[in-house]
Design a protein around this ligand. Structure first.
Ligand code: ADP
Length: 183
């Protein structure tokens, strides 16, 4: 029987405010890694939520449950050699830490990355119109505005996309993955 040696899988967990640049960086990183043939899976909060958490809303308990579900799936992929790039607001530190613990139990690396774009820049970008809707009183509980965001205290990397280009951030992520023997 031949044994197939799996590459070291990992979950790169991008957390940050809406419009911080998580999806943009996830896609750009996946595109940069694609030519290597490495198995990469993006778990983007906006795309995954309707599938894994259709019944959940935006209370703290529901946000945490959504994060836990995505984190569990990520850990299963990562322990099988996949490079998982999760792009999820995931506002609460305890829920992110639990995802880290699930990865530790699964024997998979978990790398927390804070996409730390300042709130005013995120509100100006407002890709999904959430900040405008909150200002107009049509949306309550927007993370970073009238709902809490707990920044990671010791992330593997912190990126401020107001200060760096997409390419520079992707380079920083690739360096991190290299340092962690994932790439
Ligand atoms: P999130 O997934 O965090 O909600 P998105 O990636 O969907 O955020 O949106 C970020 C927006 O900011 C995109 O329209 C992107 O083109 C823009 N943007 C401008 N400059 C940068 C940068 N340096 N890095 C990442 N995104 C940037």
């Amino acid at each position: 029987m031949t044994t197939i040696e799996l590459p070291r899988g990992a979950t790169l967990w991008l957390t940050g405010l809406p419009s911080a640049g998580k999806t943009t960086l996830a896609n750009a990183l996946a595109a940069a890694v694609a030519p290597s043939g490495r198995a990469v899976e993006i778990l983007d909060g906006d795309a995954v939520r309707p599938v894994l958490s259709p019944e959940l809303g935006y209370s703290r308990a529901d946000r945490d449950a959504n994060v836990a579900r995505i984190g569990w799936v990520a850990s299963r992929l990562a322990r099988n050699g996949v490079l998982v790039i999760a792009a999820v607001v995931s506002p609460f530190a305890e829920a992110r830490d639990k995802v880290g613990a699930v990865h530790a139990e699964a024997g998979a690396a978990f790398l927390e990355v804070h996409v730390a774009t300042p709130l005013d820049v995120c509100a100006e970008r407002d890709v999904k119109g959430l900040y405008a809707r909150q200002r107009d009183g049509k949306l309550a509980g927007l993370t970073g505005v009238d709902d809490e965001y707990e920044p990671p205290l010791a992330p593997a990397l912190r990126l401020d996309t107001a200060q760096s280009t997409v390419d520079q951030s992707v380079q920083a992520l690739i360096e991190l993955l290299g340092k962690e023997s994932v790439l």
